[in-house]
Design a protein around this ligand. Structure first.
Ligand code: SF4
Length: 172
């Protein structure tokens, strides 16, 4: 049953503006594909005809941060690269969200060594973590659905004058 099932006999429905805005935002996420290493191959698969992430309104990957509201970080993030990822995130307009795809992105994975950041939550506010090395496309789609649930509970004014968390990347 679609929207028409909610209509009254007079042909109107009542809702809250916050609910409409959240509904529109969650159904039109435009990802910035921050593919850094091997996890990115599975990210590409998620938008192919087999897995078809467009079913969730999120197939329009953009390579300019100004047109994105979701950054999917997929791969091993080194300290040198972390500054680039943070710069791209900073250039995205609010509201914006972050998915950490895979073990390396979430925790450094098997690379417990000095050049690798041990989790992007050291410099980005991560909304959803995706397990796996690499995560399968279904897992990324599941992360997207989890993010949609999170967005569903937001109010438009939650993002007004939002201060960026002061996250830093300490070199070791
Ligand atoms: S989690 Fe595995 S597949 Fe993903 S970037 Fe790290 S080593 Fe590669």
């Amino acid at each position: 049953m679609g929207l028409e099932s909610k209509l009254t006999s007079d042909g109107y429905l009542t809702t809250k503006l916050d609910a409409v805005i959240a509904w529109a935002r969650k159904g039109s996420l435009w990802p910035m594909p921050m593919g850094i290493s091997c996890c990115a191959i599975e990210m590409m698969s998620a938008v192919d005809p087999k897995y078809d992430m467009s079913r969730f309104g999120s197939e329009v990957m953009r390579f300019t941060p100004r047109q994105c509201d979701l950054i999917i970080v997929a791969g091993t993030v080194t300290y040198k690269m972390a500054h680039v990822v943070r710069r791209i995130y900073d250039q995205m307009p609010d509201p914006k969200w972050v998915i950490a795809m895979g073990a390396c992105t979430s925790s450094g994975g098997m690379y417990r060594s000095y050049p690798v950041v041990q989790g992007i939550d050291q410099f980005l506010p991560v909304d959803v973590y995706t397990a796996g090395c690499p995560p399968r496309p279904e897992n990324l789609i599941n992360a997207l659905m989890e993010l949609q649930k999170k967005i569903d509970g937001t109010r438009a004014r939650d993002f007004q004058d939002k201060k960026l968390v002061d996250l830093s990347i300490s070199n070791n």
